[in-house]
Design a protein around this ligand. Structure first.
Ligand SMILES: NC(=[NH2+])NCCC[C@H](N)C(=O)O
Length: 388
């Protein structure tokens, strides 16, 4: 599942970038072109590409569902005054459903709605703020708001308010979409502790790696593990990996992705410094937690039962190339088959190393998409993984 970046990117302003988790303003036309290139590669490999907005629309066929969706959306967007709720609800419901969903994603500028009433002091003071509803520019990183784990799904409590709004779409898809409503949930968006999809890596049908990161709390991992092991599942182990709580490390998949049965791309700094723990089922209501000793390579080898694991460093041995390519998501590869990945063109040092390691590369243009700080893996959410 992908989301083609839309008008939400044109509602980014320098003043509010940090809160919206962006560092720059991508040029939408080129970002869309790059994104279409990404989708085309997937399609050419016989991947069925679904779009978030279509799944949301397909989940809203019942009138009551549509109504509560719009109401919840407005509430979470901070629209609390009865009069304004009515005005905006009317506005959204007057649109064609797909247009409505795209408009929700893009946000609503004050200039787009005329009958909005100021009631509270805060609303008068905010008069310079140009939005009634904030844009959701991170939606094209479909990896994060929910994650498919085997035949089940985790719907996430996100770490920030801006991204938490995105998971409403997942809630409606996994409760009301005719095709997906029956999928069992392993986590819900109203949980107390945050977990994001970029931290959840399915390494094979028995082992998961989950990052303890800026975005994912250890308590959330525990709850998710308990819920997972209560169900009928092929998964036996979760390797929880503690990574630095910084934006450059953001999620586990920012610094660590699998490219083959025995190969991973990593940020050079995580090779030696990480603490990790294996979580397994002890009994119905508790977990066995085992601190891991050894290097990342050794920990992966023993838990995956694969010898000779190779960790390929993003940017190679140069600290400068590593830092630059890491910043542009050189470690965030999307593995579409063992030994075959989709990568950004701008990370040519890392790509060259991958090529020499025998990894097949599908290279996509990346001048604009990369400005949101996510790569090909972040921009996709697989619904089904083949057993290989
Ligand atoms: N799975 C990922 N690494 N996602 C990257 C998300 C980037 C996005 N700007 C954020 O800060 O949330």
């Amino acid at each position: 599942m992908l989301h083609r970046p839309g008008r939400e990117l044109e509602n980014l302003m320098p003043e509010y970038l940090e809160r919206l988790l962006f560092d720059d303003i991508p040029y939408l036309k080129i970002a869309q072109k790059e994104h279409d290139e990404f989708a085309e590669i997937l399609k050419s490999k016989n991947v069925e590409v679904l779009y978030l907005e279509d799944l949301v629309v397909e989940s809203l066929s019942e009138k009551e569902v549509l109504n509560s969706f719009v109401e919840e959306f407005l509430y979470e967007a901070g629209i609390k005054e009865e009069f304004n709720i009515i005005a905006l609800k009317e506005y959204f419901l007057s649109l064609d459903k797909k247009e409505m969903v795209l408009q929700m994603m893009a946000g609503v500028r004050k200039s787009e709605i005329t009958n909005f009433e100021k009631v509270h002091l805060a609303e008068y003071l905010e008069s310079d703020y140009p939005f009634l509803i904030d844009p959701m520019p991170n939606l094209y990183f479909t990896r994060d708001p929910f994650a498919c784990v085997g035949d089940k799904v985790t719907i996430h409590r996100m770490n920030t308010h801006t991204r938490n709004r995105e998971t409403l779409f997942a809630k409606y898809i996994f409760n009301y979409h005719p095709k997906y409503e029956k999928i069992a949930h392993l986590y819900e968006r109203q949980e107390e502790f945050s977990i994001e999809g970029g931290d959840i890596l399915v390494l094979n049908d028995k082992v998961l790696a989950v990052g303890i990161s800026q975005r994912t709390d250890p308590n959330a991992i525990e709850k998710f593990a308990l819920n997972l092991f209560k169900t009928e599942t092929t998964f036996e182990k979760i390797i929880a990996i503690d990574i630095p709580k910084q934006r450059t490390f953001m999620h586990l998949d920012t610094v660590f992705t699998m490219v083959d049965y025995d190969k991973f791309v990593i940020h050079p700094n995580i090779e030696h410094t990480m603490k990790s723990f294996v979580l397994e089922k002890k009994d119905k209501n508790s977990l066995k937690i085992t601190p891991q000793i050894g290097t990342l390579k050794e920990i992966l080898e023993s838990n995956l039962k694969v010898n000779g694991i190779k960790l390929i460093k993003c940017g190679g041995d140069s600290v400068v190339d590593a830092a630059r390519e890491q910043w542009n998501d050189g470690s965030n590869t999307l593995c579409i088959a063992p030994g075959e990945v989709i990568v950004y063109s701008r990370n040519y040092v890392t790509n060259d190393i991958l090529d020499k390691e025998g990894i097949k590369l599908n290279i996509i243009s990346s001048s604009e998409l990369s400005r949101g700080r996510g790569g090909p893996r972040c921009m996709s959410m697989p619904f089904v993984r083949e057993k290989i």
